[in-house]
Design a protein. Structure first.
Length: 219
């Protein structure tokens, strides 16, 4: 019996469009990162805090993915960077086609770095390639140190794991070493940064990581 695997078909089509995005970004010399996390881990906070630290050196664009509202886009716009909002209307992740139409709306010749804030969700965003240089995952220490093994795909697909909200460590039962060990078991290559958007601790490391990776991708 002939069966069509809709999931595989969808992901195959997505991968093709992701490759077109990759080519388009490469052609314009744009370095790009896909930020993923559960809702509330601090993706928008990280952008708002760190973009002003690099806008003197790079021309930045941000694609904001949300199910509803333009709230995050409005927060990020205040930093003065170019922001494009995607409202998925219920879809729990960004896909390559959504990014493709965003790329056609942005002035790509005017950008050096593109950040994509994915929809807050620990599962679906990891399944859809967008065509970027790297994926970054944020996990806040209020989410529980058992999450890496419960949601392994996002950990295995990410190049960098940012543990955010470390200012709250003394208030929650979160074993940072245990969470790091689990993440490293899933993905031995993963790089890790401890950070607090609230106190600013770790922001310099995040900026150095971006610049190091940027240079390795774009010379
Ligand atoms: N205590 C603390 N709160 C944070 C930190 N980073 C973000 N938050 C708060 O967490 C909430 C969700 O942050 P947001 O950036 O909107 O998360 P997003 O949904 O991943 O974009 C907001 O109320 C932030 O002020 C942090 O490092 N420490
Ligand atoms: Mg957000």
């Amino acid at each position: 019996m002939h069966q069509i695997n809709i999931g595989e078909d969808l992901r195959g089509k997505n991968r093709e469009i992701a490759e077109e995005n990759r080519e388009m970004l490469k052609k314009h010399g744009i370095f790009s990162l896909n930020l993923m996390s559960a809702p509330g881990a601090g993706k928008t906070s990280l952008l708002v805090k760190s973009l002003p630290m690099i806008t003197d050196r790079y021309r930045i664009g941000v694609i904001e993915g949300d199910i509803q509202t333009t709230r995050d886009a409005e927060r990020v716009k205040k930093t003065g960077v170019e922001v494009y909002q995607i409202q998925t209307g219920g879809v729990c992740h960004l896909d390559a086609a959504m990014i493709h139409s965003a790329l056609h709306s942005l002035d790509l010749d005017a950008l050096d770095i593109l950040f994509i804030e994915n929809v807050g969700n620990l599962v679906c965003p990891a399944e859809f390639e967008l065509g970027v240089d790297g994926r970054v995952m944020l996990m806040s220490i209020t989410e529980g140190d058992d999450k890496p093994k419960k949601y392994p795909l996002m950990f295995s697909e990410s190049r960098l794991l940012v543990f955010n909200k470390i200012d709250l460590l003394e208030h929650v039962d979160f074993d940072l070493q245990k969470a790091k060990a689990e993440a490293a078991e899933i993905n031995p290559e993963i790089e890790i940064i401890d950070l607090s958007c609230r106190t600013g601790e770790g922001l310099e490391n995040w900026i150095s990581w971006i610049e190091g990776f940027y240079k390795s991708c774009r010379g």
